[in-house]
Unconditional design. Structure first.
Length: 155
């Protein structure tokens, strides 16, 4: 009797409280000048970061790793509710097919003068080639939020 093939589950939920007002945290998420400063794991930069902040608009960026490798990503905004909520579908463009599609919901809640941010990332589709990227999603988001905290908490 053969066992069914299990596909790894990559969905995640992260919550963090920032010592900054939610309007500032929301702006850091939506202004490309600020977003490029913190998005990505430690050691990564964003030489390209463009945001069309509206439902149906795109967020296009290229993360550059410490080794110089570029990782282009695109997201389509489904909901933009300042300063409380962003919903977007992210994917890695490929010439033949998207490596994955992730539905991301980011909420910004008032928390006594601070901001309680929650990210829910649900993997809707993925290819076998996407497995290494998806396996690093938790670490990548965690390090991104550490970098975001450094930006908004010193402002």
């Amino acid at each position: 009797m053969s066992k069914p093939i299990e596909t790894p589950k990559h969905d995640l939920v992260l919550t963090r409280v920032f010592d900054a007002p939610r309007e500032l945290v929301f702006k850091a998420w939506t202004d490309p000048k600020h977003l490029a400063q913190w998005f990505g794991p430690h050691g990564f930069t964003n030489p390209v970061c463009e945001v069309d902040l509206r439902p149906g608009g795109e967020w296009r960026h290229v993360m550059r790793g410490p080794d110089g490798s570029d990782y282009p990503m695109t997201a389509i905004f489904h909901e933009v509710v300042p300063p409380g909520r962003l919903v977007f579908m992210s994917y890695v463009p490929d010439q033949k097919k998207s490596l994955f599609e992730i539905l991301n919901t980011v909420t910004f809640a008032e928390h006594g003068g601070k901001t309680r941010l929650t990210i829910e990332a649900k993997v809707l589709k993925s290819t076998p080639e996407a497995a290494p990227m998806l396996a690093g999603m938790d670490v990548g988001w965690t390090q991104s939020l550490e970098r975001l905290a450094e930006l908004v908490e010193r402002t």
